[in-house]
Design a protein around this ligand. Sequence first.
Ligand code: EPZ
Length: 438
Amino acid sequence: MSPVETANAALAHPQRFRVSGGARLVGEVRVTGAKNSVLKLMAAALLAPGTTSIGEVPEILDVAIMSELLRRLGCDVERDAAASTVTINVPEQLHHRADYDLVRRMRASIAVLGPLLARTGEADVALPGGDAIGSRPLDFHVAGLLKLGATVENEHGFIVAKAKQLTGATIWLDFPSVGATENLLMASVLADGRTEIDNAAREPEIVDLCTMLTLMGAEIEGAGSSTLVVHGVDRLQPVNHVTVSDRIVAGTWAMAATMTQGDVTVHNANAGHLEIALDKLVTAGATVDRTADGFRVIMDRRPTAVDAVTLPFPGFPTDLLPMALALNAVASGTAMVTENVYESRFSFVNELSRLGADIRTDGHHAIVRGRPQLSSAPVTTPDIRAGAGLVIAGLVADGETVVTKIHHIDRGYPAFDEQLRTLGADIVREDDDQPQFD
Ligand code: EPZ
């Protein structure tokens, strides 16, 4: 079944989680590669004809959609689920159009814009539009490509970028956008001359992309800093690369352990990518031990309320905001949680309030007054991270919480319910016989 058919099936036969509250999460889980890196690594493979192999590929819907996108551009893509690898055979000649039916399902499709333009001199990528967490424009991507000498038009719902040869330039990003940094990085590695990206994103996923591009033969300085310097080269080579582990999934387990007063060891995680988030859990009363391949979170009492302010890396990750709200919803005391990356990331607060959370929002701030326990209710998932936050909130609610539209969660959390069950959670995945369509 093609990924689009899989996606349609997920929508045509929606599923839901039935979560019974009360269990402490205890045990060990292993995190795979980061969704927010692997999708860009797969796009970066387009930069070099030949066979690139990527390891630690998570079993999520988005990987299937990116695979389909690459196939439509002319690549052969083999997924070995057992080995968690994707092998991409990139031809000399590539198509340069990324269709709407794939892009609308996964915004990360925009990551083919830079590599396609660099390789073929043209890229037609459907505009993804906004989603539940914000309008998410692409103006930084476009402004940067114009600086590199491309022409960029908006035609019939597509970004159409053209350039016979891109030329290095100095680009200043108004905000350290992850997506814009990645696209401009991948556009400039084959450009003529030197490119400097200032106020670049510093996320571990950016460093992972720089590592793979450098292995391919690119010349990049400053990975992980806010100034990236790229010296264009004529040609890149296909490589084998292993995806960095998913810090957002690892952070979700850490939050869940704290909320359920549990004891969870997370393997194949990098605590250094979660400094602020883990530090917040210590402030909330948890013990966090770093281990050889990750960390262990132990909580033996009700959490204490802890403020959080989301910022680009190394700040508190915006993708853990739903978990920070859910944690404070059952903590003792009152916390202020501030969102600085997206304009409507609080849109799911109504769903948390249905579970009895006491949250007042005002613009970018949310005041959360902790309650001893939440009360179960049917809730619906607006996006990947909010969905995970609602499931975890259901774990600390009395009674059964039904979480619908879980296809969102499956896009970012491999085998979420199975892993929760191994930690002792009472959660069931079932067909949703009263579906609410998107
Ligand atoms: C990536 O999105 C992640 N997605 C997001 O994770 C994550 O929340 C985000 O980075 C920030 O960490 C993927 O990697 C696939 P941005 P991206 O460009 O690249 C504004 C998840 O749940 N902006 O850093 O789209 C934008 O609207 C997802 O896994 C412009 O205004 O994020 C946003 O407010 C959700 N113009 C802010 O910048 C632009 O041209 C950050 O966006 C680009 C961005």
